[in-house]
Write a protein that binds this ligand. Sequence first.
Ligand code: ADP
Length: 512
Amino acid sequence: MASPPQATVENPRVLPPNHTHTTFAQFIQRAASVCSPDNVTPTICTPCTTRGSSSPRQSYVCPRDVGEVQSILRLCNELTMPIWPYSAGRNTGYGGTAPRVPGSVALDIGKHMNKILEVDVEGAYALVEPGVTYMDMHKHLEETGLLKELWLDVPDLGGGSMIGNAVERGVGYTPYGDHFMMHCGMEVILPTGELVRTGMGALPDPTASSRSDLRPDQQAGNKCWQLFNYGFGPYNDGIFSQSSLGIVTKMGFWMMPNPGGYQAYMITFPRDEDLGAIVDIIRPLRLTDPLSESEQDEIAKKLKLGRWIFYGAVYGPEPVRNVLLDAIKGAFLSIPGSKFYLPEDRDEPHSVLRTRAKTLQGIPTLDELRWVDWLPNGAHMFFSPIAKISGKDASMQYEVTKKRVREAGLDFIGTFTIGMREMLFNRQDEEQKLKARWPIRQLIQDCADRGWGEYRTHLALMDQIANTYNFNDNAQMKLNEKIKNALDPNGILAPGKNGIWPRGYDRNTWAI
Ligand code: ADP
């Protein structure tokens, strides 16, 4: 049974569980013979102050193609080496590239596998490799003139990988904002190295069989792979999201056909207590809440903003947009004091409306990174609970969250996107870190007590959150463990991810 690594004072190094410097060196040597020494960085990570927080130095292996991913996974099985895959490795707010088990080898899938394999205008889809970022796709659409035909949906920060974001079930803001819902077809390498194509990809393209010289991953996919999600039989894709059951090497995405026009807007509401009414009028909304109540009112007044700000966009040709905007104004402006703005009505150079106006039409930006400048050396950790969309629940969630953050003596930035929260803390200050961790731990329980659960989380909180999804004596976790042990018998792929511990790990010892 794997036991947590012990760091000695003289030699503060973390090796993977059950490894010695000799067996680790053996792995590195063999990985280098698979991927070439240039693609292996054999650092043993310095112990993190908290297990699960970002490792300052990690060993990296950067496979050059799918065949090398398969060989590395087989090697990991042979030597029982835990491995942590990622695509672009941003994972901002959720742990970056840090593995859950210290000492795990990082598998940088996107460094070399970063091609846009296909953009099909007629079918309005793209097929990409893991290293393709939203920025890359946007640039490609711009350079090829395809932006006129197809729009991308981007998350808050556009530097991440399309596959990395979608497999973690990340979201954006256009009608195509649920990135996992909008994917179609995957190519996945299982922990033991087998290659699978899901959905229609399981039915070979008739032209592929005449090319026996090509590996399966090099063969053309079925023509409907990116058009119809389900194929035949059980739908497998879900088990490869937020998962430690496979490494995704290709993924299809539906894109929004140019809707024929676009208009971003913003509505401000003067009073904190307006929240319930706003949510009852329409679901998505965003909020900001710094400092004391009166200071917040003062700032809102000075910036000509409300205590609550709702951003949105309407899509379609102008007559359609006008009808939609009239309906939206009619609903929201019933709240006394609310004001409606278009981007040209606001002259601040960095207004959130300007950033949102880009995001809402699929243009990637990094503007939100500036939010962390609120404090010197600012950093952040996302807390993202899901609740029913009703005025009552939104107001309750706001109260519960605000109370805990205030108790910790922190300022709070919250945005509701059908229930998301983000908090700021100073990353160089241990006391601040503890302060930030405390309300989140409390909030996970506060939320679970009200039936709200998180949709995604930071590494350090995965066990606690997994434990809240405990219906019927943890039946879902038991199912997840059965699948994990069947597909990954040696427990090498991302052990501990999302609270799922493979057979060789004692969850009671490892959980944090
Ligand atoms: P982004 O750069 O878009 O923020 P990352 O590449 O950091 O995303 O990936 C986020 C997380 O998603 C990783 O920590 C990993 O758990 C999972 N992940 C990313 N890419 C893959 C992949 N190709 N196959 C399986 N899991 C992946």
